[in-house]
Design a protein around this ligand. Structure first.
Ligand code: PMP
Length: 377
């Protein structure tokens, strides 16, 4: 099997899985219980939180565990919107977001919030002048994805934050860092709120992280009894929390060396695929090498993906969450509906080998030539 859909999800690392099993077996107490088993679990939970807060140089109380980035995105956008109704009703986001952000924005529109979509240039970079123009006294939040999930376009969060705060110091800045964490260095200090997910960084599925600067008040999405975890009450998922802490720690190791290796694999693929007449490479100078998007001129992406599956090669269409739709990111960057209508995503990992890429490229050639011959008939 050759798995090239690491941006949809990653296999859980063996070390992380071991942590999950050990914590599940040895720490049975509810961290909220007062007895010694509860205290033992709470101590472990606090040390996992501390590990993460140390890695990002933030306060323990600024971190909340969620079920994943979708929930973290909801917590940020809905939470800020509901808490700031009196301050304003305007939210800005980009045209390169994950579908979950668009769905949340649609929901907020039904509650009376107004959403603006900031333009980007032909390389996918946020248009700073347009952002400045769009920020109003009533803008309560700007949400910009750190790394786009379809083309891997990376945004300069620090600079975007400076622009936002200069225009309106009361506007909060959220970033969906799901595709950035573990691939490029990220800093929570560049933003006020951030969303992350463990299953993109070789952690377990079903847990995400939400960062919120301590100055910010949010309306929680879930209401419950515990006082301490006021944003996400309920019994903490201790094995998932400890596993996520481990996954984060491991994902921050060797980022530069891993990126350099993945970059070489990406170059190899691009060099070959750009020789195909019916293929367009959707890559700009801001794309990170882990995510490589291409468009077919004549072949349907679903047909191609299934044909590759016969060779046990697994690829993605735009994002797994929006499969089948037009690629909104390709459209936002290239402004070309045809180009956005049949795209696939090849996502790479430090686990990917050169041998896998060689096999992928030879199967790609066979499948492409076969399908292309069919459409030429
Ligand atoms: N944001 C981005 C940028 C993503 O790539 C994804 C996963 N496709 C999500 C959010 C949703 O993450 P989760 O599956 O953890 O809810």
């Amino acid at each position: 099997m050759i798995y090239l859909d690491y941006s949809a999800t990653t296999p859980v690392s063996y070390d992380v899985l071991e942590t999950y099993i050990k914590t599940s077996k040895d720490f049975i107490g509810n961290p909220n219980s007062l007895h010694s088993l509860g205290v033992k679990s709470k101590t472990l939970m606090n040390s996992a939180i501390k590990q993460i807060s140390d890695l990002f140089n933030v306060l323990d109380s600024e971190l909340t565990f969620t079920s994943g980035a979708t929930e973290s995105n909801n917590m940020a956008l809905v939470g800020v919107a509901l808490a700031n109704i009196k301050k304003g009703n305007h939210i800005i986001t980009s045209k390169l977001e994950h579908p979950s952000i668009y769905k949340i924005c649609e929901y907020l529109e039904t509650l009376g919030f107004e959403i603006s979509y900031v333009d980007n240039d032909s390389d996918g970079l946020i248009d700073f002048e347009d952002l400045k123009r769009k920020i109003r006294p009533t803008t309560i939040l700007v949400s910009i994805v750190a790394v786009n999930s379809e083309l891997g376009i990376r945004q300069p969060l620090k600079m975007i934050r400076q622009i936002i705060k200069k225009e309106n110091p009361n506007t909060y800045f959220h970033s969906d860092m799901t595709q950035a964490l573990g691939k490029i260095p990220v800093s929570f200090h560049d933003v006020d709120l951030a969303s992350c997910s463990a299953h993109k960084i070789y952690g377990p599925k079903g847990i995400g992280l939400f960062y919120k600067n301590s100055r910010i008040n949010l309306v929680p999405l879930i209401h419950g009894s515990s006082k301490e975890q006021s944003l996400r009450p309920g019994t903490p998922a201790l094995p998932l929390i400890v596993s996520m802490a481990k996954a984060i720690r491991l994902s921050l190791n060797d980022i530069d060396r891993r990126e350099a290796f993945i970059s070489r694999l990406n170059d190899k693929i691009v060099k070959e695929l750009e020789t195909y007449p019916g293929i367009l490479i959707n890559k700009t100078k801001y794309s990170i090498p882990h995510i490589l998007n291409i468009s077919f001129e004549n072949i349907k992406s679903e047909t191609f993906i299934h044909a590759m599956e016969a060779y046990e090669i697994y690829l993605g269409t735009n994002t797994a969450c929006a499969s089948g739709d037009l690629s909104s990111s390709v459209l936002a960057v290239y402004k070309d509906k045809k180009r956005a209508s049949s795209t696939i995503r090849i996502s790479l990992s430090y686990l990917t080998t050169t041998d896998e890429i060689n096999k992928f490229l030879s199967c790609f050639k066979i499948v492409y030539n076969r399908l292309n011959a069919l459409v030429q008939k």
